[in-house]
Design a binder for this molecule. Structure first.
Ligand SMILES: Nc1ncnc2c1ncn2[C@@H]1O[C@H](COP(=O)(O)OP(=O)(O)O)[C@@H](O)[C@H]1O
Ligand SMILES: Cc1ncc(COP(=O)(O)OP(=O)(O)O)c(N)n1
Length: 267
């Protein structure tokens, strides 16, 4: 099901190497079949080997980008990624409130795989206070869920408990992503009267740059297209698994996942 009249918006940081951030989000929106738009919050200088520098944009230009998009093309889903500072988070939350965005997916990005902090430590509080409660779904990985809840997460049972704690912070749903735990790649969706486990074999692949950005944008796209929450997550789990299976061995570090793997089969 594709519908390029259905618009999706990402509010996130730019990854000049194209594997994560805004670039991954826009590729995913297009691959799933929605019309992608972007509000850039920060420019990162990064590649497959790491993040080398970050420059945040002013809260004024972030606010203005959101306003002009919403005043002209109302997105059917919004995904939030890297938001870096307490001031940027507050500005985004206040601006979005005016538009009551549909299907808000909050990926609480904190650190890149290479270990660079993409969220200032003092911004965590605003993330919990303002963005997480607004979300239709929050998609933390294990280290992020540990930071948000303050609990250690080592098992599937811990993931369920942490997910429940995050749900109590106000979002409608929480997808606990289990890619950082040992064993198979198991994600858990928690909501009111919802408890679903999505399981796939752990793929022995080096090139997984952008997995978190990609699955959250895929969920946003599927919600925008009208799928329900369980189906959106199920289809996105299949999408990320195939994108990892077909990932690119480019660069000298952790290469990116393949957002358009489906189109290879058409050749
Ligand atoms: N090696 C892997 N094999 C299969 N799926 C994976 C692998 N690594 C991560 N995933 C999946 O990719 C998605 C993102 O995973 P995760 O690594 O937990 O988050 P992030 O990319 O935000 O750090 C999840 O659906 C997870 O299960
Ligand atoms: C600009 C930007 N935003 C987010 C991330 C983190 O992306 P993620 O999908 O978690 O992928 P990794 O970087 O962890 O591979 C990022 N790197 N850059």
């Amino acid at each position: 099901m594709k519908n390029y009249k259905v618009a999706t918006l990402t509010i996130a940081g730019s990854d000049c190497s194209g594997g994560a951030g805004i670039q991954a989000d826009l590729k995913t929106f297009s691959a799933i079949g929605t019309y992608g738009m972007s509000v850039i919050t920060a420019i990162t200088a990064q590649n497959t080997q790491g993040v080398f520098e970050v420059e945040e944009l002013s809260k004024n230009i972030i606010k203005k980008q959101i306003e002009v998009v919403f005043d002209d093309i109302e997105p059917s889903a919004v995904k939030i990624g890297m938001v870096s500072s307490p001031e940027i988070i507050l500005e985004i939350a206040n601006t979005l409130k005016k538009y009551d965005p549909k299907n808000l997916v909050v990926d609480p990005v904190m650190m890149s795989k290479s270990g660079y902090s993409l969220l200032r430590p003092e911004a965590k509080e605003n993330m919990i206070k303002y963005l997480i409660p607004m979300a239709y779904i929050v998609t933390p990985n294990v280290p992020e869920a540990q930071e948000i809840t303050g609990m250690k997460i080592e098992t599937l049972e811990d993931m369920k408990i942490a997910g429940q704690k995050i749900l109590e912070m106000g979002p409608k749903h929480v997808l606990m992503k289990g890619g950082h735990l040992k064993g198979d790649a198991i994600d858990v969706l928690i909501g009111k009267d919802i408890f679903e486990v999505y399981e796939s074999k752990r793929l022995d692949r080096k090139n997984t740059h952008g997995t978190g950005c990609t699955i959250s944008s895929s969920i946003a796209s599927h919600l925008a297209l009208g799928y329900g929450i369980k189906e959106s997550v199920a289809l996105s789990k299949i999408y990320i698994t195939e994108a990892i299976k077909n990932s690119f061995d480019i660069g000298h570090g952790v290469g990116p996942v393949h957002h358009f793997y489906k189109f290879d089969k058409l050749k």
